[in-house]
Design a protein around this ligand. Sequence first.
Ligand code: HMG
Ligand code: MG
Length: 298
Amino acid sequence: NFPNKVKINEVGPRDGLQNEAELVPAAAKIDWINMLSETGASYIEVSSFVHPDWIPQLKDATEVAKKIKRNPDVTYAALVPNNKGLDRALEVNVDEICLFLSASETHNKNNINKTIDQTLPIIENVSSKAKESNKQVRGYVSTVFGCPYEGDIDVEKVISICDRLFTMGVDEISIGDTIGVADPVQVDKVLTKLLKYFPKDKLAMHFHDTRGTALANVLVSLNHGITNFDSAVGGLGGCPYAKGASGNLATDDLLYMLHRMGIETGMNIDKVIESALYIENYVSSLSSHQMKIINSER
Ligand code: HMG
Ligand code: MG
């Protein structure tokens, strides 16, 4: 009883590049995003309008968002931490605004320099202004399955944050396994609880594949009827303010599994791999299984 169709959110240009040691030139990012726009992707997270000193890898967000060629079938999204970030994102007219906070107090403080209680009114304000500008709003909740500083996270805390986010008008929430610690049994338990409160079509799952459990966690999520997943080409990525965070679930690995299972995504795996080969010229080697196979054959 798997769904027939799944939506994939390509987060490589944001979550992928934010954690790479190398600074990728803006022109290469633009070319890469233009390639991703032709893969059949319906959502691409292009960059972050955060403080450039905090994430120097994405300090060229304005230039990138301005110069990419927009495909009308693609939603171009960006991360926004506060009103200053929103102004910058609106100036270049991104389609969707992504708010973010952590279910862990310590990670939230390390990542955005605020307590959770200080963060909520800030993003509430951003959300209502984004809505006034007719933007879609996505909310990210991080460290849901474990925090590098605090360990286990109480799912009640996640539920209360999600509740606040939906009350402030967020259209969907992405449930983040920031450091890739989740296992399938835990995902089953957490989703069973979350789905008592929130509709399944309002939740996306955001798995990092640090310990190789991401696809297993996707399978469990599919069993719960979740049809919305975040991933990054080649398995790029991680959060620099979460010790131990590494690659996102790879889009190419996710596509391979879903397509073999007969689940439609609208994306073309060959074109995704072509885009992975392109960005591999600018970053350390890509960790996805698909890329390992291709590189071993070259
Ligand atoms: P702060 O230093 O507390 O900021 O940083 P502030 O509000 O006190 O302002 C200080 C100065 O920064 C001011 O400038 C502001 O104008 C400026 P001054 O008056 O001193 O000249 N400023 C900005 N400049 C540009 N753009 C902005 C901005 N905001 C303030 N948006 C802040 C607070 C949130 C800005 C900072 O902590 C920050 O940028 N953090 C971002 C960290 C980040 O991007 N982490 C990774 C993303 S989260 C993630 O990866 C998880 C996710 O993938 C899901 C998962 O895996 O779980 C989403
Ligand atoms: Mg992430």
